[in-house]
Design a protein around this ligand. Structure first.
Ligand SMILES: [Zn+2]
Ligand SMILES: [Zn+2]
Length: 256
């Protein structure tokens, strides 16, 4: 059963003490994927075919640079550049300047009017920017982890108890949690869990609010000898609560 695939990971995540158990899982997943992409997989033809076609978003390109492995990055980039150069030339070769003719299929209807004057080259580039080899690998697993989350809410009372004692979620992942609960919980389970999850989220937003408020108070000279309480790292934790991720992390580097 695919809902049971990640029970161990979720149990670890709920115990991690992180501001968001899904941010914690996401970081682990991202590091595994960077290790995979820049391990030795790039020498396998079918993997490099995929990285050439999908490319990498700006965010993950930076992560790959930080990871290191110059030769590995060079192989991946060489193939991606060959692909981009070939495709773009072909598209530009078929363009009729001044006539628009962008590839409109991927635009929503609302965007279509705006896109009508858009060139095929622009349209192709915009579409290329929307996909990323690492983002896509992560999305598949993240979806299964959300399924596992619901499975554990339903079947594992200890997980539910630990969750209520955890620091909850960042805003981004709380939306994912609410989505999957709407989709997969039965009406009775929703009655139990939706208010509980709301309470968990509200309580932890209050806690982080107190920390960031106190951090500012601490800069008042009258408080210079007062205790920092939990506020020393309130900036990165508030950033995480609001947008997800771990801004204070050092760059993730490959083992030499
Ligand atoms: Zn999160
Ligand atoms: Zn990405």
């Amino acid at each position: 059963m695919k809902e049971k695939l990640y029970t161990i990971e979720l149990a670890d995540a709920v115990k991690s003490g992180d501001e968001c158990m899904f941010c914690w899982l996401e970081r682990k997943l991202e590091q595994e994927n960077l290790e995979f992409a820049l391990g030795s997989s790039y020498m396998e033809g079918d993997i490099r075919e995929q990285t050439s076609r999908k490319g990498f978003c700006r965010y993950h390109t930076k992560k790959m640079f930080d990871y290191g492995n110059t030769l590995g990055n060079a192989w991946i980039l060489k193939s991606r550049l060959e692909y981009v150069n070939r495709e773009l030339r072909q598209i530009m070769g078929h363009e009729q300047p001044g006539k628009g003719g962008g590839i409109l299929g991927h635009f929503s209807r609302a965007d279509r009017r705006r896109a009508e004057g858009c060139s095929a080259a622009e349209s192709w580039i915009r579409r290329e920017e929307k996909h990323c080899y690492i983002c896509e690998r992560m999305e598949v697993i993240a979806g299964r982890m959300l399924d596992t989350f619901v499975y554990m809410l339903k079947n594992d009372a200890e997980f539910g108890r630990m969750l209520m004692e955890s620091k909850g979620f960042c805003l981004h992942h709380f939306a994912d949690v609410r989505m999957i609960c709407e989709e997969k919980l039965k009406p009775g389970e929703k009655e139990e869990w939706i208010p509980k999850l709301g309470e968990l989220m509200g309580k932890n937003l209050d806690r982080v609010q107190e920390d960031i408020d106190w951090l500012i108070e601490k800069y008042d000279y009258r408080n210079k000898d007062a205790d920092w309480k939990q506020s020393k790292d309130a900036v990165p934790r508030t950033m995480q609560k609001l947008v997800g991720g771990h801004p204070a992390d050092p760059p993730f580097k490959g083992k030499k």
